[in-house]
Design a protein around this ligand. Structure first.
Ligand code: G6P
Length: 572
């Protein structure tokens, strides 16, 4: 095993170098690094209330060291699980409670003896059913992961699969369940009563999106066969480089954060992440960290992940490109394009790791960088004030469902074609005219966000990519895309709290799969569509430009028709 070292980061900042250096000098002049480790909340805000909240969520800064002590406990648990004959793990949760497991599963090869992992973080009935049908239920360990223990989705997933296991194992169902949650939550009591095999108590002072290196990330990682001791050692190496043990000359987190903060203030507020295929899902984790931490008070760094990388002519002046890849993977096409972008005057940062275990260090670099960007933007990076609003709106919708047995009726469609209904204020003729009118509202510096409350599949993802490509090539706008309700717990904060520069395209469907939820009067599908409706109302309340496209009962068949209509609408 190579000894831990920090992956090199190269900054090509061109005309922005001067302003960023000035910011770094300012931060150093006020002893930012020392203040950061002492949780000096004045670095972020002048409000006393804000300062108290900041201090209470800075437990993540030293949690990697704490977790080094917990490695034997986690490894003993993994041994117990394997000896008990489990063959598969399903991690169920939203946002920060599942993003790191997704990255681990996709970025590492499963080690010999490691258990395969699936992650369930959607209420879409088709996806829930796919997971149910793809695992041996009686030999599957279900991890219900929720910091607060109150999030509606993980509780629903837990109840759903617990009922299934009860049918198979009766009173022994709890043997297949594990909880990861904060101490004192009601969920702890419920999990205890239901006989869960184990309850891992996490740390109240570590927020969800900063919890990759706690039980939330590490328990699934260890079950999958990842060497978590080494992962943590590398994180601790990065902690030291960022000044955890005293003064450092160049703090890598501070450098990244100052770059993101200054560029955001100068209008280059769209951090475009470029990765090799093997790191495809790193973007999901980073999206939540950056968008939820910085997207508030009309400011923010917008993470753009999974967008096809283009030539300089398709971009405006609103990007910072960051490449995270591997030293020994040439990834020639991306690297050449980045070179061209750099030469055309776009700021580009390149981080090269040796192997996936270096992600331990990178998680920490980005966490510090995000906190520093928050200080430069003068916002509290540890709260998510606008996420709750959309949950409250969904609760209102669900109340109607419970009273009337169905979702509340919405406005009349602006257009209907090919079994697809379009809802928006923009006025145009038919599907093509409506799409044209909707996008005619865009201007330079805007972004287009696709929200897919659909069953995730390669075919749907490919169509969404095509949609993004058309927008990028014809309108030269940044595009982001996420499956709902996952993104609600991630980029959803930025959509409502960040600058009003987004055009939101929401896709819903009427799932042919009907999955009732135990103990509730509604099904997964109704819940999913209520979440979409609740968020749409919240976006509209914030005067965001919205287009809701209902794809009907066969989204794989109708989405290509929408893409074809878009092509026509955007043609010159
Ligand atoms: O882990 P939980 O408490 O269930 O929370 C899951 C997610 O819920 C919310 O939507 C927050 O905005 C996220 O930051 C959080 O990660």
């Amino acid at each position: 095993m190579s000894s831990p070292s920090i992956s090199p980061a190269t900054y090509h900042l061109g005309q922005y170098q001067e302003a960023i250096t000035a910011e770094i000098n300012d931060l150093n002049a006020k002893n930012f690094t020392a203040g950061f480790w002492q949780k000096e909340a004045t670095l972020w805000t002048d409000s006393a209330e804000g300062q108290e909240s900041i201090r209470s969520f800075m437990g993540w800064t030293r949690v990697a060291e704490t977790m080094q002590q917990a490695v034997p406990e986690i490894e003993a648990f993994v041994k117990e699980v394997k000896e008990a004959g489990f063959e598969h793990v399903v991690v169920m949760g939203m946002g920060g409670s599942t993003m790191a497991p997704i990255v681990f599963e996709k970025s590492f090869e499963r080690a010999n003896g490691g258990l395969p992992i699936s992650v369930l973080d959607t209420t879409d009935p088709g996806t829930v059913q796919q997971i149910e049908q793809s695992v041996p239920l009686d030999k599957t360990l279900f991890i219900v992961a929720s910091k607060s223990g109150t999030t509606a989705e993980p509780l629903a997933f837990g109840d759903y699969f617990y009922a299934k296991l009860k049918e198979i194992k009766g009173d022994k169902a709890g043997e297949n369940f594990v909880a990861i949650t904060d101490p004192g939550s009601k969920f702890v009591t419920n999990a205890t009563n239901e006989g869960y095999r184990k309850i891992f108590l996490n740390f109240a002072e570590v927020g969800g999106r900063f919890s990759a290196l706690t039980y939330f990330g590490l328990v699934p990682a260890a079950l999958y066969g990842i060497n978590i001791a080494e992962l943590l050692d590398r994180a601790v190496t990065m902690m030291r480089a960022c000044g955890s043990e005293g003064d450092v000359q160049d703090n890598p987190g501070l450098q990244l954060g100052a770059t993101m903060g200054v560029l955001s203030k100068q209008g280059r507020d769209k951090l475009t992440l470029v990765v090799p295929d093997k790191l495809h899902d790193l973007g999901l984790w980073l999206e939540q960290l950056l968008a939820e931490s910085t997207g508030k008070e009309g400011k923010g760094v917008l993470p753009v992940a999974g967008e096809p990388l283009g030539t300089p002519k398709v971009y405006g002046h609103d990007r910072l490109f960051v490449y995270v890849g591997y030293e020994d993977t040439p990834d020639t096409e991306n690297r050449n394009k980045l070179k061209a972008l750099q030469e055309a005057g776009h700021p580009v940062v390149i981080i090269l790791m040796k192997e996936p275990l270096d992600l331990g260090a990178e998680f920490f670099r980005w966490e510090v960088g995000t906190a520093v960007a928050g200080a430069v933007l003068r916002i509290n990076p540890f709260d998510q004030p606008n996420v709750q609003e959309s949950k409250t709106a969904t609760d209102r919708v669900m109340k109607v469902v419970q009273e009337q047995g169905h979702l509340p009726a919405g406005p009349a469609a602006a257009a209907e074609a090919d079994g697809v209904s379009y809802f928006t204020d923009a006025k145009g003729d038919g599907a093509v005219g409506t799409l044209k009118a909707f996008f005619a509202q865009s201007k330079a510096g805007d972004f287009v966000n696709l929200q897919a409350y659909l069953t995730e599949s390669d075919a749907i993802s490919a169509e969404l990519q095509e949609f993004r490509k058309l927008v990028q090539q014809n309108l030269h706008l940044a595009t982001t895309s996420g499956y709902g309700p996952r993104f609600l717990h991630s980029t959803g904060q930025y959509h409502k709290g960040g600058p009003n520069t987004g055009l939101f395209v929401q896709f819903t469907h009427q799932s042919p799969v009907e999955l009732p939820l135990p103990g509730r009067s509604y099904s997964f599908g109704t819940f999913e569509n209520a979440q979409a409706q609740g968020d749409l109302e919240t976006l509209q309340q914030y005067k965001r430009r919205t287009l809701h496209i209902d794809l009907g009962g066969n989204a794989e068949q109708t989405l290509p028709k929408v893409v074809a209509a878009l092509k026509e609408a955007l043609a010159k």
